[in-house]
Design a protein around this ligand. Structure first.
Ligand SMILES: [Zn+2]
Length: 510
């Protein structure tokens, strides 16, 4: 049942609200979309006007609506309707799935998939065009790696894109080649664009159901706010700045956020830009996808226009480039409350944490990456650099504002998994016991704050969202248990019972 109005009384619950008002509270009253009262059942019920729908929580927990501070909502929706390769355990399984999909599709259409990870494959190698040709020879196929920074394509896709042995690597990208110099079918970073620009874009008609599907998943996971990447390219920034849309334009439901830019690739794909070579590949330092000068220019332009900037940077070199660009923009055009962001910030140099704090830069972190990346992160960067990698505790200790996200569809859209990952630092099987780099664990309160107040702060919304306090929007999640009062291992099984957006019940478990 979904309530019609935007007023609601929740009582007989356990409020974990990250604010003074919520301490020991059992009831929350929302009137016309905003929280009116928080406290004990008796006084709060007395405040409720006649006719406000009331829900007996029977001891369940209420927390602020989760905010996912970095994901790709439209991509996720589109992806829900395509071939899902997440968790595939072997190349043989991948090929089998492609074959099935191929047989069920109209001839000639692009076969699009996403989510594979060669590190999970029994064969421990990347797919090749020949693997795909064997089952889908006469249609183009393009399968994006889980991280979104590498694509495996078949020969027909290369043919349509005109990519062959003679095609040079584009700036910021790489075409993997075999011993004869022919493309293997693996395209990295900017090289993906050689093929992806031939893939038909989803039509407006396909986008709406895609978006609805993605929003439905978000609500079912207790997510009431997303900072969604619209996946436009660096080249579009000029177009955006020509409009009068700026960070914060919009209403309580939809708002313009930051300008997103890229500095590098991903660690899983060995394209994250490092200042020293990869420990498992001495010839490789990753791929900065933009020059330091261009980065400075892009950041300055957006900064001067009054936009918040968010840069994807994973390797320490990319992070340094980004912080340099922020520092240069801030010294040229000082702005106290800029809240510029670095998305991912995984491989940090020890001195970079203090630099984040000094510049007032927000760290957009993806706790769930821990459970995936712990399998190979140390192999990529070695025992020394790994100590300051995925170092979320160190960020908090330096007083850096941190926000938690999933990067969905890179990882599942499920804050409970984020809480679990950052509190236990164990994978979903509970390995390694005691956690990977356990000194970097967060408490459950800190973890919850990443996905609530942290996300709100990153979007200049801490006065409206992120905690259960009178005056804030009635964005609430009812959970089967209080995440701050259960063992860390139990966090991954937290169940969302009900999701409330602006006082309206938007999801309820049957
Ligand atoms: Zn992303």
């Amino acid at each position: 049942m979904v309530s019609e109005g935007n007023s609601l009384l929740l009582y007989n619950g356990r409020v974990t609200g990250l604010g003074e008002a919520a301490r020991g509270a059992t009831a929350v009253l929302v009137i016309d979309g905003r929280i009116r009262a928080v406290g004990g059942d008796e006084p709060v019920r007395a405040d409720a006007p006649r006719g406000v729908p009331a829900v007996d929580l029977a001891g369940k927990a209420v927390v602020p609506g989760f905010i996912d501070s970095h994901l790709h909502l439209i991509n996720f929706g589109v992806y829900l309707q395509r071939l899902d390769l997440m968790g595939v355990k072997s190349l043989a399984e991948l090929v089998r799935k492609v074959a099935e999909r191929h047989r069920s599709m109209p001839a000639g259409d692009w076969l699009i998939g996403r989510g594979w990870d060669q590190d999970l494959f029994a064969e421990k190698r990347y797919p090749t065009r020949q693997d795909l040709d064997a089952v889908a020879p006469d249609r183009p196929a393009a399968l994006t790696r889980a991280c979104g920074h590498v694509m495996a394509v078949n020969s027909e896709a290369l043919r349509r894109a005109g990519v062959g042995a003679q095609t040079p690597d584009p700036a910021g990208g790489q075409i993997d080649r075999d011993a004869a110099g022919e493309p293997t079918g693996i395209l990295r970073e900017r090289a993906m664009g050689l093929v992806s620009r031939f893939i038909p874009k989803p039509s407006a008609k396909e986008l709406e159901p895609a978006l609805r599907a993605a929003v439905g998943r978000a609500l079912a996971a207790g997510v009431t706010g997303v900072h969604s990447d619209m996946d436009i390219s660096n080249d579009v920034i000029g177009d955006l700045l020509a409009t009068d849309l700026r960070t914060g334009s919009g209403d309580d439901h939809v708002k313009i956020g930051s300008v997103k830019m890229f500095a590098d690739g991903s660690l899983g794909a060995s394209t994250a830009a490092l200042s020293e070579p990869y420990s498992d590949n001495p010839g490789n330092r990753g791929i900065p996808v933009v020059s330091p000068e261009q980065m400075k220019e892009n950041v300055l332009r957006a900064h001067r226009a009054g936009m918040q900037v968010a840069v994807h940077a994973i390797g320490d070199l990319a992070i340094a480039m980004t912080l340099d660009a922020y520092e240069a923009a801030l010294s040229g055009a000082p702005r106290p409350n800029h809240r510029h962001r670095v998305i991912h910030c995984q491989i940090m140099r020890p001195e970079q944490f203090a630099r984040f704090a000094r510049l007032g830069v927000v760290a957009d972190i993806q706790p769930k990456f821990i459970t995936t990346d712990m399998r190979w992160a140390e192999r990529r960067v070695g025992p020394e650099r790994v100590r300051t990698s995925y170092a979320w505790r160190t960020f908090l200790d330096h007083g850096v504002h941190c926000a938690g996200g999933s990067d969905c569809p890179v990882e599942p859209l499920d804050p409970a998994l984020g809480l679990y990952s950052v509190v236990t630092r164990e994978d979903l099987d509970g390995q390694p016991r005691g956690g990977w780099l356990p000194e970097q664990k967060l408490t459950a309160e800190e973890a919850l704050s990443l996905f609530t107040l942290g996300g709100a702060y990153a979007a200049f919304e801490e006065n409206d969202k992120g905690s259960i306090e009178p005056g804030k929007l009635g964005d609430l999640v009812v959970l089967d248990r209080d995440p701050t009062a259960i063992p860390g291992e139990a966090l991954k099984d937290l169940r969302v019972e009900m999701t409330v957006v602006g006082g309206r019940v938007a999801f309820r478990r049957d």
